[in-house]
Design a protein. Structure first.
Lengths: 266, 262
């Protein structure tokens, strides 16, 4: 049921040691991240939860190679900060679909930039349209899609670039509650079929983190520090039923209490 | 039936204003018995349009050619300049002040100089039209290229995009609606540019015809030329709108926000 239980044995794909990041200079600076330690093993889904403004997005920017830490080291698949761009899949909060491109041409954008011919890229995309719930919509423009579909298209665009690390920044925060829980189940199923991919999910939704991930890091508000790291192992298989078990509600309230106690500022 | 009626209804207020002005003008000229050379009645202007059509049409074509060529030159050079300004901070610092300065020097001063430097003929008029119309094109396109969402740039970079691919695949398409706003302004001023170019020295074109007709007290011909210039401006403006709908249909769909499929 849970092949990821053996993940202890797998190598660390992402390793972050003692990373700090300060934004701004002189007296106007803000410490965004302070002494963050973090790792993710191959095939793991790891969540980082914390209140808004705790530096979660900056953390992902650093993992993607968009920003450099002021101190500490970042290693992703053996690569360091300066070589990371282009080798880590990053899906942001907004879907960022290009309005002048059809769904098909949007999802192959990453492949196009890798220099893969449009014909081959389209073939690769067509194979996956169905599992992303987008078949029949290939020639539609983004404006015609619902929020959930747009998000799935953005996700397919990221998946198609075929990186073994995926960073997801609050991917469902723009959706309504019903859509969000559908998308969470969909993502859970999808990630099971991509079990070699290492996923870092940033969210402020404790339930979402518990439902989807193998391990959870709780971050404090500015400056972002890791307050606690916890391995999540459920007695039941992951499904909606899990959410109403005692084990789930107990874990959820424990994580929430970590979150609330960390909220000294604000 | 409704589909035909709606656009007609939309134009009704504008037409109403035009008709009211023309009727008022006609009555004013007739009741006060104003001389033709001072202020011709709309009916007299209309008659001139009909009577001198051969003459007017020839000059119209000349002016139209100047407008179209000058505008085309402004479009090409404006887009190239906007791209260069967007791609390079050095070029921006070096050239943007000159772009702005080019608009502060009155065109009426530059036009006679062009005549001295280049001479009569089509070329100086094309340059005047281009000079007057490239400014809104450059400024709008630069703004458009800069309007790209920083998250969009982030996304492109994480997918391995470089400065150039971000420019081609994102900044250029994003700037298109801005470019078209600039083109609307540019086409209106380029008609003025052509007339100014002809005023300072030429042997043909509607501007030349106006300059020549005034001292001959053929005021109705001056007004006929003005009427043609207005129609030309409106037609070119509408043409740009049409091209915009054809070339960037996604922009209108995004704005109109049709109901989504869920």
């Amino acid at each position: 049921m849970d092949s990821k239980r053996e993940s202890n044995l797998k190598e660390k794909i992402i390793e972050v040691v003692n990373v700090s990041r300060r934004i701004g200079q002189g007296s106007g600076y803000v410490d965004v991240l302070a002494n963050v330690d973090f790792y993710a093993r191959r095939g793991e889904v790891v969540s980082v939860i914390g209140p808004s403004g705790c530096g979660k997005s900056t953390f992902l920017d650093i993992l993607a190679g968009l920003e450099r830490p002021d101190s500490g080291t970042v290693t992703v698949q053996g690569l360091h900060t300066e070589n990371l761009l282009g080798s880590v899949g990053y899906m942001q909060q907004k879907d960022l679909l290009l309005p002048w491109r059809t769904v098909m041409n949007n999802v192959i954008l990453g492949l196009e930039m890798q220099g893969i011919s449009k014909k081959i890229a389209r073939r690769q995309a067509t194979e996956r349209m169905d599992s992303f719930g987008l078949s029949g919509f290939e020639d539609q423009y983004p404006y015609a899609l619902s929020g959930g579909m747009r998000q799935r298209a953005a996700f397919l665009r990221t998946i198609l670039t075929d990186t073994s690390v995926l960073l997801l920044d609050e991917p469902f925060s723009a959706l309504d509650a019903l859509n969000r829980s559908h998308m969470q189940e969909w993502l859970l199923n999808l990630l099971e079929s991509y079990d070699e991919k290492t996923v870092v999910l940033v969210t402020h939704d404790v339930e979402e983190a518990l439902f989807l991930s193998d391990r959870i890091y709780v971050m404090s508000p500015r400056p972002g520090r890791i307050v606690v790291a916890e391995k999540i192992v459920w007695d039941l298989p992951r499904s909606r039923n899990l959410l109403s078990t005692q084990q789930f509600t107990e874990t959820k309230s424990r994580i929430l209490s970590y979150l609330l106690s960390s909220e000294t500022v604000l | 039936m409704k589909k035909v009626l709606v656009p007609v209804m939309e134009w009704l207020p504008a037409m109403g204003i035009v008709v009211t002005i023309l009727v008022g003008w006609e009555i004013f000229v007739r009741v006060w018995n104003i001389a033709d050379w001072l202020l011709p009645a709309p009916s007299a202007i209309g008659y001139t349009l009909y009577d001198s059509w051969g003459l007017l049409a020839g000059h119209t074509l000349v002016t139209l050619e100047e407008v179209v060529l000058g505008f085309g030159l402004a479009l090409v050079s404006g887009m190239l300049l906007a791209s260069a300004i967007t791609l390079s901070k050095t070029i921006e610092k070096a050239l943007y002040p000159f772009v702005i300065a080019s608009q502060t020097v009155p065109i009426i001063v530059i036009a006679p100089m062009l005549l001295v430097w280049i001479g009569y003929g089509l070329t100086p008029k094309i340059i005047v039209v281009a000079l007057i119309s490239f400014f809104p094109i450059v400024v709008n396109t630069v703004d458009g290229m800069r309007s790209v969402d920083s998250d969009m740039q982030k996304m492109m970079r994480t997918m391995g995009g470089n400065r150039w691919s971000i420019f081609l695949k994102v900044q250029l398409p994003v700037s298109m609606p801005y470019l078209f706003s600039g083109l609307r302004v540019a086409i209106a001023v380029s008609v003025i540019g052509a007339v100014i170019g002809e005023w300072v020295g030429s042997s043909e074109g509607l501007g030349y015809l106006m300059i020549r007709s005034k001292p001959q007290f053929q005021t109705e011909r001056v007004f006929a030329a003005i009427a043609i210039l207005s129609v030309m401006g409106i037609a070119l403006f509408a043409l740009i709108g049409l091209l915009e709908r054809l070339l960037i249909p996604w922009w209108h769909r995004e704005r109109e926000g049709r109901p989504r499929i869920s």
